[in-house]
Design a protein around this ligand. Structure first.
Ligand SMILES: *Cc1c(COP(=O)(O)O)cnc(C)c1O
Length: 375
């Protein structure tokens, strides 16, 4: 039995007719840049997330970059972000003109906390980027209070967490969505994300009117009116074709997330008594949408090879923490600085979790892991 880490064709097959209709509509109209398809998707996203503003941009990376550029950093301004995340979080901070400052993460949720953020805070800290890693939210209610006290602007990196939510009373499935806590937030529709486009695409949500206005300008060369530029922006629009595809997929998203959660539950049942395996921990109040199902395991690389020989695809997100990346050597990161991130980089292994995964495939993957550890 072959089990790929991700199979996008199964999902496409289930919604082919409606996607083709949406694509045809755009092609027949020949309206490819902004316009009604982008407006409609932005409205749908604003409503889904529960944020007053939604602005489509060219990628998740730009959804981080434009809000950071909107803050107009001066030399030496710092932005705090986790060392254990996808590179784009740090690359955007750097490219916007900030000095990235890496913090550690909580070993159970893989996310930043007030404690890990505050450990690297300095008077030069202008902004911080909590990442909702793998589809589980960081403890935003505490982080929002911390940011207010410290005078720090928050940018949520919700690239992996569309549809994730957090309820303080612990009610499962209720709560405020990722992307509706910080003044400004970033989403990605890279094809492997829970809501995937047919290429690169991203979106910014904002609670803050002024930041939203600045991002809207920055994506079209810094002006609301053509040929009048108040800021130096760039070209970073969401394609009308992508918007039409994403708007067609959005109504299916919660059902797909529910399937991911069922898959996670099935894995947990199979792996709960394997002492060498730690399944993902969900913090109280969190509705986890499992963009990744990431274990911490012993003998990770050996296990990965064993699964690969059985035809099972796995992923390592992420093998090198950001403070140890070659391109950031000038920032002075050293082995031992951020021990949790460094340990996770050696132990994490992501399993297939996509919504169309069959129960038999999950049983095969889980059973193979048990076999590896001799159970
Ligand atoms: C995917 C991702 C991004 C970047 O999104 P792109 O659309 O690939 O540019 C940023 N941050 C995180 C955490 C991501 O997973």
């Amino acid at each position: 039995m072959k089990v790929p880490l991700l199979d996008l064709t199964a999902q496409y097959g289930s919604i082919r007719a409606e996607i083709r209709e949406a694509m045809d509509r755009v092609v027949e109209s020949q309206g490819f840049i902004l316009g009604p398809e982008v407006d409609a998707f932005e409205s749908a996203m604003a409503e889904y997330v529960g944020a007053p503003h939604a602005i489509g941009v060219a990628s998740g990376t730009d959804a981080l970059l434009l809000p950071l550029r909107a803050l107009e950093p001066r030399a030496g301004d710092e932005v705090i972000l986790p060392a254990f995340t996808f590179f784009a979080t740090a690359g955007a901070a750097w490219n916007a003109g900030f000095t990235p400052v890496f913090c550690d993460v909580d070993p159970d949720s893989f996310n930043v906390t007030v404690e890990t953020l505050d450990a690297v805070w300095s008077p030069r800290t202008r902004a911080a980027i909590p990442v909702h890693l793998f589809g589980q939210m960081a403890p935003m209610e505490e982080i929002v209070d911390w940011a207010e006290e410290r005078g720090v602007v928050l940018l949520e990196d919700a690239a992996q967490a569309i549809g994730a939510r957090r309820a303080l009373d612990g009610a499962d499935g209720a709560g405020r969505m990722a992307g509706a806590w910080a003044p400004v937030s970033a989403f990605s529709f890279f094809p492997t994300k829970n809501l995937g486009g047919f290429g690169d695409a991203g979106l910014v949500t904002a609670l803050d009117d002024e930041l939203a206005e600045r991002v809207r300008k920055l994506r079209v060369h810094g002006g609301r009116q053509m040929y009048h530029h108040e800021m130096v922006g760039t070209n970073s629009r969401l394609d009308a074709l992508q918007a039409a595809i994403l708007a067609t997929k959005l109504p299916h998203l919660d059902r797909w997330a529910a399937r991911r959660r069922e898959n996670a539950c099935r894995y947990e049942g199979i792996l709960s008594d394997v002492p060498e395996v730690m399944a993902p921990k969900v913090l109280p109040g969190n509705y986890h949408v499992y963009n990744q199902f990431t274990l911490r395991v012993r003998r990770r690389d050996e296990l990965r090879g064993f699964l690969s020989e059985r035809g099972i695809g796995t992923g390592i997100y992420y093998p090198v923490p950001l403070h140890l990346q070659e391109c950031f050597a000038s920032l002075g990161g050293r082995v031992g600085n951020l021990p949790v991130s460094e340990t996770l980089a050696e132990q994490v292994l992501s399993l297939p979790i996509f919504p169309e995964l069959e129960d038999a495939a999950i049983d095969f993957v889980g059973g193979s892991i048990r076999d590896f550890y001799g159970l």
